[in-house]
Design a protein around this ligand. Structure first.
Ligand code: ZN
Length: 86
């Protein structure tokens, strides 16, 4: 009776491809800049595929988590400073 709002097989495939079960710290560092930028600007992560993998990694990796946190703090300071300069 109820149709679950399931994703089409094509979309599921793409999500699975893009959401590798676990990023290595190296992968994490490569994606970190963009991830932190979106986080600093919007207050939340953007693209589901990358972000899910990132979030999973960050949950299990305090080192990368701290990196992202300090990056976001840095970007926010920059943004606040450039706003104040106007
Ligand atoms: Zn890591």
């Amino acid at each position: 009776m109820s149709r679950s709002p399931s994703l089409s097989p094509q979309v599921q495939d793409r999500l699975l491809l893009r959401t590798e079960p676990w990023l290595s710290c190296e992968d994490c560092f490569e994606l970190m800049d963009g991830f932190a930028e979106v986080l600093a600007r919007d207050g939340q992560a953007g693209r589901a595929g990358v972000d899910l993998a990132m979030e999973l990694h960050l949950r299990g990796c305090p080192g990368c988590f701290e990196e992202v946190e300090s990056l976001v703090a840095l970007l926010r300071e920059d943004a606040a400073a450039s706003r104040a300069a106007h």
